[in-house]
Design a protein around this ligand. Structure first.
Ligand SMILES: Cc1cc2nc3c(=O)[nH]c(=O)nc-3n(C[C@H](O)[C@H](O)[C@H](O)COP(=O)(O)OP(=O)(O)OC[C@H]3O[C@@H](n4cnc5c(N)ncnc54)[C@H](O)[C@@H]3O)c2cc1C
Length: 487
């Protein structure tokens, strides 16, 4: 069976690996000149940066994906467990919070802020356990294609009070504002507003406690390279349209006019664009794309104090900041950033004695009124000054040797992301589960979709689980041998 996969992002690569493992004849078509999509790599002057994802969770999903494609994850890459997973520092707070890789030390971190809250950590994690197992794991590992499979989730959601906002769920357990922030911000990792996403996304905290947070030597792109290696991938190959014959797909048309015929198409393109490739117009445009990011990739001639491998730097006005970046029309007044400093674990990411930093500032997507070509320089200055003054990263500006920058326009141009979104379709109650684009496209045989905008959602584990569901659906629909990971 001939399969064309559009896009070599993590979702496309994972689907391609699994289908190739099932004996399909797979070709991956990628418009850029390398794999990874958002999980790409920049290298210059001896510095290396992951462009997007940096924190690896649920490593067993990677193990399973690699194994399904005939690869041994641990032979291909070296994974290191991080402890702490990250540090949170606040602009107006002396104390910092380390998300420790042990429940006991996690409690001690909470106790710095509130003894009462520390006593509630166990209850909080106990409440999240079934949400993770029955919500994220069970629902994420099977398709939610019809009302019946969706309705089956509702009693669990209501019993566990997992449909209300995540922040409210966290606030039922913890009283100190810092502790509430420390246990609720995780949905931002996948573009979700903690004050609006359903509490089911609280499972993102639980899975960190359960399986830890990991780093791959060489960065997340080492995983991408290993996944791409056994696949036939045509780079610089943009798919312009998906061809159909009657009620099924028949192939794809490339930007140079070339036609490739195939039995199955798996689109890893932005899900809002897949409809355009199918000639269905803007049918999905009612779905709201997520916020975007402004990213600085900095190569320094020295290593700065004050940063862990992952550090979150939270400015004043947590709620206002999130409101502005998810729904605002302008740039936020105060800044909250996330800094990836992988040399703390992997010195080879920078020349000897140097440092390689990726600084992420969440910003509104391109539906807001920001003129990025004009604003980028000023935003860069604000970010660097804020890091120096507010968080005492003294001498940062003067140590920068090399610098790259991405704005929301890069997400739009490089990946075809609608409105320059960073995390595809925003995770909200109305854009999750049955309401998120499904992995099997309705009404067109042979057409499937993977990636952050589809079921179950964004993030490395999310898109890999979605690829697993998709490959199992394809195998079942085509009568291929039943995969070991069957639905
Ligand atoms: C800054 C940032 C930080 C993140 N941090 C984390 C993290 O720490 N941990 C985590 O788990 N997740 C993180 N995420 C989320 C995670 O990176 C994404 O959810 C995931 O990488 C998305 O994968 P995807 O399969 O949707 O593919 P994408 O990365 O969106 O790739 C899609 C690919 O399809 C190609 N394509 C699109 N249209 C066409 C076409 N017409 N023809 C040919 N090719 C096409 C694009 O060029 C691209 O290569 C982060 C995301 C961002 C942006």
């Amino acid at each position: 069976m001939k399969v064309a996969v559009i896009g070599a992002g993590l979702g496309g690569l994972a689907a391609a690996l699994r289908l190739q493992g099932l004996g399909c004849d797979v070709i991956v078509l990628e418009q850029n000149d390398g794999p990874g999509g958002r999980a790409s790599r920049i290298r210059s002057a001896g510095f290396t940066w992951d462009t997007g994802p940096s924190l690896i969770t649920m490593p067993w999903v990677l193990e399973e994906t690699f194994a399904a494609g005939g690869l041994d994850l641990h032979r291909e890459v070296t994974l290191r467990r991080l402890d702490p997973l990250y540090r949170i520092r606040w602009a107006d707070e002396e104390r910092s919070f380390d998300f420790a890789d042990s429940a006991e030390r996690l409690r001690a971190e909470v106790a710095q802020f509130s003894e009462r809250d520390a006593r509630r950590v166990g209850d909080f994690l106990d409440a999240l356990a079934p949400i993770y197992e029955q919500g994220i794991l069970a629902a994420g590992q099977r398709p939610i294609q019809d009302l019946r499979s969706f309705l089956a989730l509702l009693p669990m959601m209501s019993r566990l009070r997992a449909a209300g906002p995540l922040y409210d769920f966290v606030a039922r357990y913890f009283e100190h504002p810092r502790v509430r922030e420390a246990f609720s911000f995780h949905s931002l990792f996948i573009g979700g507003d903690p004050f609006r996403v359903p509490a089911i996304y609280g499972a993102l905290v639980y899975l960190q406690v359960l399986d830890g947070g990991w780093y791959a030597d060489g960065g997340v792109f080492s995983l991408v390279e290993a996944m791409a290696q056994p696949l036939e991938i045509r780079y610089g190959t943009r798919v312009e349209a998906i061809a159909t014959a009657g009620d099924r797909v028949s192939g794809v048309r490339l930007i140079n006019g070339e036609q490739l015929s195939c039995d199955v198409v798996v689109s890893n393109a932005d899900v809002l664009q897949t409809h355009v490739l199918l000639g269905r117009g803007q049918g999905l445009r009612r779905l709201k794309p997520s916020m975007s990011c402004f990213l600085l990739y900095l190569g320094l001639d020295r290593r700065l104090e004050g940063l862990r491998h992952h550090t979150l730097l939270v400015g004043p006005g947590y709620r206002e900041f999130i409101q502005t970046v998810t729904r605002g029309r302008n740039l936020p007044g105060s800044l909250s950033t996330y800094v990836h400093a992988p040399t703390r674990t992997d010195p080879a990411m920078a020349p000897p004695g140097g440092d390689s930093l990726a600084v992420l500032l969440p910003v509104p997507n391109l539906s807001a009124q920001v003129d990025w070509p004009a604003a980028a320089e000023e935003v860069r200055e604000r970010v660097v000054t804020d890091l120096e003054r507010t968080y005492a990263l003294n001498g940062l500006a003067g140590s920068i040797q090399v610098e790259h920058r991405w704005t929301p326009i890069d997400f739009q141009r490089r990946f075809g992301a609608v409105d320059g979104n960073a995390f595809s379709v925003e995770p909200t109650l109305h854009q999750s589960a049955l309401f998120r684009p499904p992995n099997r496209v309705r009404g067109l045989r042979g057409m499937y979709q993977v990636g952050a905008g589809t079921h179950p959602g964004a993030g490395i584990p999310g898109v890999l689980l979605g690829a697993s569901v998709t490959a199992a659906l394809i195998a079942a629909d085509a009568g291929l041998r039943e995969p070991a990971w069957s639905l």
